[in-house]
Design a protein around this ligand. Structure first.
Ligand SMILES: [Zn+2]
Ligand SMILES: [Zn+2]
Ligand SMILES: [Zn+2]
Ligand SMILES: [Zn+2]
Length: 218
């Protein structure tokens, strides 16, 4: 399971299909949004969604009770929580108390426990840091991060379109040889006429491996 991500086609996994001719990556995978797990091969997905852990997480879904300890506010569901912590009321309260607005929700039934939205369970505050380093949590986090990076990479940002004259920004699988020689690709950056001027200050490359971002020269 841990080595599976880079072998799996992200297009297939997160965008619902792959249109790359002769894509060498695996397409027999399915992603469970609720659990942030990759089911490989996809035939295990059916068993996964019938399983108790998935059912418990799905049932919890929209109804998770969460507490914002800065605002002392009870909130229901992850989406509402995310909206709340990004909202101006929460942000200014956090600022007024000299705390970071980016906090984890508490469990309202047990305010000494932090609710892990990825693992969908309450963790005692004393064990929180060891929880964050646990294998299970890290795996969920890696999958969730992989997905959000993929989604960001797919989106055109603020009127800026990046394309490759040969079609597609997906560089496919880069062999070890190629990566040692250095891979050269030409990208075209187009700015929509109505977009405000931009300058390129950095470039992030979405890689299918879990090793992180590639060093990039341009
Ligand atoms: Zn593919
Ligand atoms: Zn699931
Ligand atoms: Zn708040
Ligand atoms: Zn967790």
């Amino acid at each position: 399971m841990t080595t599976a991500l880079y072998q799996v086609c992200s297009q297939q996994l997160f965008a619902g299909g792959c249109s790359i001719v002769q894509c060498p990556l695996r397409h027999d995978a399915k992603f469970c949004d609720i659990c942030s797990v990759v089911c490989l091969p996809d035939t295990v997905y059916a068993a996964h969604i019938r399983g108790a852990p998935h059912r418990a997480k799905a049932a919890m879904g929209r109804d998770i009770a969460l507490l914002c300890e800065i605002c002392q506010l009870h909130l229901t569901g992850e989406a509402i929580w995310v909206e709340h912590i990004n909202g101006t009321a929460h942000q200014s309260r956090a600022q007024a108390t000299g705390r970071s607005a980016a906090i984890y929700p508490r469990d309202p039934t047990r305010p000494t426990a932090i609710f892990c939205l990825l693992c969908k369970r309450a963790i005692d505050a004393n064990s929180w840091s060891s929880h964050m380093h646990s294998g299970a949590h890290q795996r969920y986090q890696r999958n969730a991060l992989h997905r959000s990076r993929f989604e960001q990479a797919e989106q055109d940002q603020r009127g800026v379109t990046v394309s490759d004259p040969n079609g597609g920004l997906d560089f496919g699988t880069v062999s070890l040889d190629e990566s040692q020689r250095g891979l050269q690709r030409q990208l075209v950056v187009t700015l929509h006429p109505s977009a405000s001027p931009v300058s390129i200050t950095s470039l992030l490359v979405f890689t299918g491996t879990v090793a992180g971002e590639s060093p990039y020269v341009f």
